[in-house]
Design a protein around this ligand. Structure first.
Ligand code: SF4
Length: 263
């Protein structure tokens, strides 16, 4: 996938967009330009999760087209398939949109939100805090809900993916979204994740890194550590071999030492 204009090609050119920036156009307000990315330069939201886990994993999946399932990825897919079956649902004071296509031309992302809940606000909140929905005179506050198989992770993979969804929705709906929800499928538990400044900055930093790596089109060498033991790409990645050796000639030497045979 190629990049947009040359202004986007420098790492660090995507500034943090505050919720205030997201409500209405920042143009003319001294803020950053509204749409620095073209449609064809958008990157999948799901890439952020791979990238946060391991840059080599992201490159294997998104640059080289390598994919392998393990028990964890299969269970995650089954959970998402359940979410994606329906499209909309109305409940008292609540509307649900399932499998909602989202994108940000500002951050250069495209993807799908598992569920976006719209909570009716009564009384109406302040400007930029809620939106009108078709066929309703009420005000509604959007909350994205991301389904995950397991617990919230310490490396913030899930929080960052959820925050990226929030950034997309804030841009699309022109509304501030102060929190999202991770739904832990295995134990059926909702965890509210505040969209604070630190999470937003970490997410934007990762988005910058994503676009820089897309531009570089290079797959990093592996570094073998405990993440590798749960990685579905372990066999394709060969982290013990390539990672320990570093260079191809050294890897060949290592392979001979380890196995006593030429690779
Ligand atoms: S096996 Fe390890 S180094 Fe290789 S992609 Fe997975 S986490 Fe990254």
């Amino acid at each position: 996938m190629t990049r947009g204009s040359s202004d986007n090609d420098r790492e660090g050119t995507v500034p943090v967009r505050t919720p205030e920036h997201s409500v209405g156009s920042p143009e003319g307000s001294g803020g950053p330009p509204a749409h620095p990315f073209d449609d064809h330069a958008l990157q999948p939201l799901s890439a952020l999760q791979h990238l946060r886990f391991c840059e080599r994993r992201w490159a294997l999946v998104h640059l080289e087209g390598v994919w392998a399932e393990n028990r964890f990825t299969m269970e995650g897919k089954q959970l998402h398939a359940t979410v994606h079956e329906a499209s909309t649902e109305n409940r008292p004071g609540l509307r649900l949109a399932r499998s909602l296509r989202i994108r940000s031309l500002y951050y250069g992302l495209i993807g799908c939100a598992d569920i976006v809940e719209f909570h009716r606000c009564d009384p109406p909140p302040g400007p930029g805090q809620a939106i009108r929905l078709e066929g309703s005179t009420a005000w509604w506050r959007p909350v994205p809900v991301e389904y995950k198989r397991g617990k919230r992770r310490r490396d913030q993979c899930y929080d960052i993916q959820l925050c990226a969804q929030v950034l997309c929705l804030e841009e699309m709906l022109e509304v501030a979204i102060p929190e999202g929800v991770l739904y832990q499928g295995k134990i059926r538990r909702r965890v509210v994740v505040p969209m604070d400044d630190q999470l937003r900055r970490e997410t934007v930093t990762l988005i910058r890194r994503l676009h820089a790596l897309v531009k570089a089109q290079a797959t990093p060498l592996p570094t073998y550590d405990r993440r590798c033991e749960s990685c579905s790409l372990f066999d394709q990645c060969l982290p013990r071999g390539i990672g320990r050796a570093g260079r191809v000639d050294e890897w060949l030497k290592w392979q001979v030492q380890e196995t006593g045979e030429d690779p």
